[in-house]
Write a protein that binds this ligand. Structure first.
Ligand code: 3PG
Length: 228
């Protein structure tokens, strides 16, 4: 018999596992400072996300606005395992379940649906619901969430709203999304209660249609440089 001792690793409890998954996802988001929101078909998914990755953004939020969303997430997670892929525009538990079954590592919602948030928490899936009012922030806080999407950021008050929310909700971090552009992204990212900005401006549908992957890489590089 060999004298080699097998090192015993202690299995994580589900709570520890959830906390670790969450920590990893939010630390990647915070480091990258951008969540590109992408509406896509399965055939273009890998090309688009590879182009983003070449430009320094290893995150993709695939919106559930096309019938291909789940399959796109599956393609990306199988072919680009280094990319953090999540699902966006998730409005109910069924969509969240579908996204996770295809490999989504986080869930983003346009608004706050308690049942969907609870489903994600119970299943250890990092979830970022959208909020637009202090009441919604408080509803999310009541479920233990600390990072929320502010949506639609520009329309509901932009950076002024975020500054106002800082007072009562000093522990809450936001990912403003909705109306973010190359022009205003920096103003948002300078705020201490913003960990990242989200939006469609980096991956425009017409660029995908023309299959101009180099433009996506260039836009990603520009955004990364700007938010450094
Ligand atoms: C979203 O789904 O998060 C929004 O549609 C993004 O808004 P934008 O198109 O203004 O970036």
């Amino acid at each position: 018999m060999s004298g080699n001792k097998t090192k015993k690793t202690k299995a994580m409890t589900p709570a520890q596992f959830n906390a670790a998954a969450s920590k990893r996802v939010f630390s990647i988001i915070q480091k990258t400072k951008i969540i590109p929101v992408i509406q896509i078909t399965k055939d273009d998914a890998v090309n688009v996300v590879r182009a983003l990755s070449k430009g320094g953004i290893n995150i993709a939020e695939i919106t559930y606005r096309t019938k291909d969303a789940g399959l796109s997430i599956k393609e990306i997670s199988q072919k680009l395992p280094d990319v953090l892929v999540g699902a966006g525009t998730i409005c109910n538990v069924q969509q969240a379940r579908d996204a996770v079954s295809h490999g989504a590592q986080f869930i983003v919602m346009p608004g706050f649906d308690k049942e969907t948030v609870e489903y994600c928490i119970a299943n250890g899936i990092p979830v970022i619901p959208g909020v637009a009012t202090p009441t919604e922030v408080m509803n999310a806080m009541a479920l233990g969430l600390k990072t929320l999407k502010l949506f639609p950021a520009e329309v509901i008050g932009g950076t002024a709203l975020l500054k106002a929310l800082k007072g009562p909700f000093s522990d809450i971090k936001f990912i403003p999304t909705g109306g973010i552009t190359t022009e205003n992204a920096v103003n948002y990212s300078k705020l201490s209660n913003v960990i990242a900005v989200g939006g469609t401006w980096i991956v425009k549908p017409e660029i995908i249609k023309q299959k101009k992957w180099d433009i996506i890489t260039a836009e990603a590089q520009k955004a990364v440089m700007m938010l450094k």
